[in-house]
Design a protein around this ligand. Sequence first.
Ligand code: P6P
Length: 343
Amino acid sequence: MSQKKIVTIERHIIEEERSHPGASGDFSGLLRDLTLAFKVIWREVSKAGLVNILGFAGKENVHGEQVKKLDEFADETIYRAMDHGGHLCVMASEENENVLHIPEHYPTGRYVLLYDPLDGSSNIDANVTIGTIFSIFRRVTPSGKGSMEDCLQPGYKQVAAGYVIYGSSTMLVYTTGEGVHGFTLDPSIGEFLLSHENIRIPKRGKIYSVNEGNYRWWFDGMKKYVKYLQEEDKTTGRPYSGRYIGSLVGDIHRTMLYGGIFMYPGDTRNPEGKLRLMYEGNPMAFLVEQAGGRASNGHQRILDVQPKLLHQRTPLFIGSEEDVKIAEEFIQKKRELQQSAAS
Ligand code: P6P
């Protein structure tokens, strides 16, 4: 008889709420609404490959309905699932330049939601793993309509963060500051069931993940760090293996489970890198730190960065604590290759 308890994410959220005396249930309601949106997105993503087979030709399907791009669909699905529950005062999405206000006829609430509705969606035609990423703060303005000020908070103020990975199976991984927990979607009952309780990232790994096609534009410290990883030193598990999916959620999920380091550095073309702070860097940094890992921009803890712009970019070094610390030493030129024999 299997000893595994059957826990849905709804049940887990309620149990976590009970560990916060005085919790109003408002936060649990928010997460439940978000989970519904993820199931609706999963339904569309999982049949995307069938679009051309089932006659969804071009922009219209056989019923004459407009077939939206999946990332637009995911964006609208999250907004429509979250705009009327009374939990949020404002939202912000990778797909929209400005903040997204709650419609006048709906109540506003105490929380703020930032999200990347379908990250890596350019990969979907190749059936490569894609994902949804979310970050939740408490509002800082007193009441009513939320504002950009409510969104532009440093990552350490997040109250929850997570991602959904639409891959060989669909998983929801989230934290509310009480560890990181993974739930696998059982399509036959439409429930996310607890499958990875209290995920912990290894202190050091043997995998590095970066787009080496950008090598020629990397700064010197980055070049030396990757060369260090490629040297042979069995006492430190080197040379590391290279793995790069090109979809942030897939690369981070593998790093969380297997350890190692994911990097999207700044370079001579784009000193701030490519990834966005508010709905990629911050939520992933909160998750990885909660799993015992580390996340920085090479010089500063990601969660301590005070944002200035909603869509600002950040370099990202994230994963096993020891790996990220060594990367920082190279980036900050505190370490040179000849010292690599030391550790
Ligand atoms: P590159 C996907 O487009 C994305 O935003 C992230 O999911 C991914 O980590 C990154 O860009 C990949 O970027 O430049 O290596 O193709």
